[in-house]
Design a protein around this ligand. Structure first.
Ligand code: ATP
Ligand code: MG
Ligand code: MG
Length: 403
């Protein structure tokens, strides 16, 4: 594995990317704070200590690698554009300067569009992919937004959102001032409420840079059902519990079409709403490995989402029959471990996962804080009902420790 990879962000996604890189002999240089989860488990390279939003640190990382990628979309895309289009200046030991070419994957254009949810939705809509109806919010005209979209509607931060931090459900006009206060200082937009029957997600791998082939250079994993609580992902069911094969196929097709419209290579997480009338719309897309794809570590052990990310950006992704990567076990269920009231609230859950022969525990090496994602558990079953029975007592404990 010749090409050196630079990663912006060293959280749990970066950690699991490094876990997938090691057996491939791939080397990853991580830019994030010293001791971040990805650095804790990767001593193969020297890494860069600093912020993945600091242009000078990003250039420092770029000087050491051949290809840059991200585990988070909230990065400075202007410096990524500069590096991708004009390279990065390096100084040799004798003081001579030269320009080094560095590839950025997925494209900085894709990261720039996706990191602003309002621009992302506009891009999807123009490409014929349906999303929740969105409205720009100028100043504080939320009364007018409420009249247009009806109540409830979701007020969202355009940028820097994750785990529902950046979302405020506005149930009536009485909530408007609280919503504006909660999201003060952020650039906002509003979304029509989606009365979904359930939420689905599809991980999609994009293997070519261009966008001309309407998603043909994309490969879809099996569809999963995601369950969110207070806007935070709690559970992922692969396969979904009550969704027809036809709807699953439609979800994969829609996800491939959506991802096919973005330039660059890599793995993408596509979150979908399944509406009561059977219609599917896109909630949002992540240009990177995603929580709804963690099940693939055990569910697709020879081709997890993290391995796909590496192979795709390196241009080494194999092709798959029907452009799909099927689950290799009948059923997997993933449960997130969120920090509880105390530093040790989650210990019981960890011990139960360790004691379960069909369970896999992943702790991220993060300090526990109330509500913070600090790990996850995946169980494998020979049927969905068996997997559900295995996870049920773990869900009960997770509910118990919830802060
Ligand atoms: P993450 O990136 O961690 O998935 P996020 O902060 O970007 O989260 P969203 O995906 O926008 O947040 O929303 C989180 C959850 O809130 C959704 O999965 C869904 O459960 C709910 N939600 C979001 N938008 C809407 C909507 N328009 N109508 C109803 N529910 C919504
Ligand atoms: Mg998001
Ligand atoms: Mg989301």
């Amino acid at each position: 594995m010749e090409r050196r990879i630079g990663l912006l962000g060293g959280g749990q996604l970066g950690q699991m990317l490094c876990e997938a890189a090691n057996p491939l002999g791939a080397k990853i240089w991580v830019l994030d704070a010293a001791g971040s989860p990805a650095k804790q488990i990767n001593a193969r390279t020297s890494h860069v200590d600093g912020s993945f939003t600091d242009p000078e640190k990003i250039r420092e990382l770029a000087r050491q690698v051949d290809i840059l990628t991200v585990e988070i979309e909230h990065v400075d895309t202007h410096v990524l554009e500069e590096i991708a289009e004009r390279g990065v200046q390096v100084t040799a030991a004798d003081g001579s300067k030269s320009v080094k070419t560095v590839e950025v994957q997925p494209s900085w254009k894709t990261i720039r569009t996706i990191q602003d949810k309002y621009l992302q939705k506009d891009h999807l809509t123009r490409g014929g992919v349906k999303t929740a109806v969105s409205m720009a919010v100028e100043g504080s005209n939320l009364e007018a937004v409420g009249r247009e979209l009806g109540y409830p509607f979701m007020l969202k931060s355009r940028k820097d959102a994750y785990d529902g931090r950046g979302n405020y459900p506005v149930k009536s006009s009485a909530d408007i001032s609280d919503a504006l206060e909660a999201l003060a200082g952020k650039s906002l937009y509003a979304e029509k409420w989606a009365n979904f029957r359930l939420e689905l997600a599809v991980m999609v791998v994009k293997t070519e840079n261009d966008t001309s082939d309407c998603g043909k250079s994309t490969i879809a994993y099996s569809v999963v059902e995601t369950v969110h609580e207070d806007s935070v992902c709690k559970l992922v069911y692969a396969p979904p519990r009550d969704v027809s094969v036809i709807v699953q196929q439609e979800a994969q097709d829609l996800a491939r079409k959506a991802v096919g419209s973005f330039p660059g290579k890599g793995v993408f997480g596509v979150e979908l709403f399944l509406l009561p009338d059977g219609e599917l719309i896109v909630n949002e897309i992540a240009p990177r490995p995603h929580n709804s794809g963690h099940w693939t570590i055990e569910g697709c052990p020879t081709m997890s989402q993290f391995k796909s990310q590496l192979l795709a950006i390196l241009g080494l992704m194999p092709s798959f029959p029907n452009s799909t990567i099927p689950a290799m076990f009948p059923a997997t269920v993933m449960l997130n471990i969120l920090g509880g009231k105390t530093q040790t609230s989650h210990n019981k859950l960890m011990n139960m996962a360790i004691a379960a022969p069909a369970g896999a525990l992943h702790m991220y090496g993060k300090d526990s804080k109330p509500g913070r994602k600090i790990g996850h558990i995946t169980v494998i079953g020979s049927s969905l009902s068996e997997a559900e029975a295995l996870i049920a007592p773990l869900i009960a404990v997770a509910d118990d420790i919830r802060a």
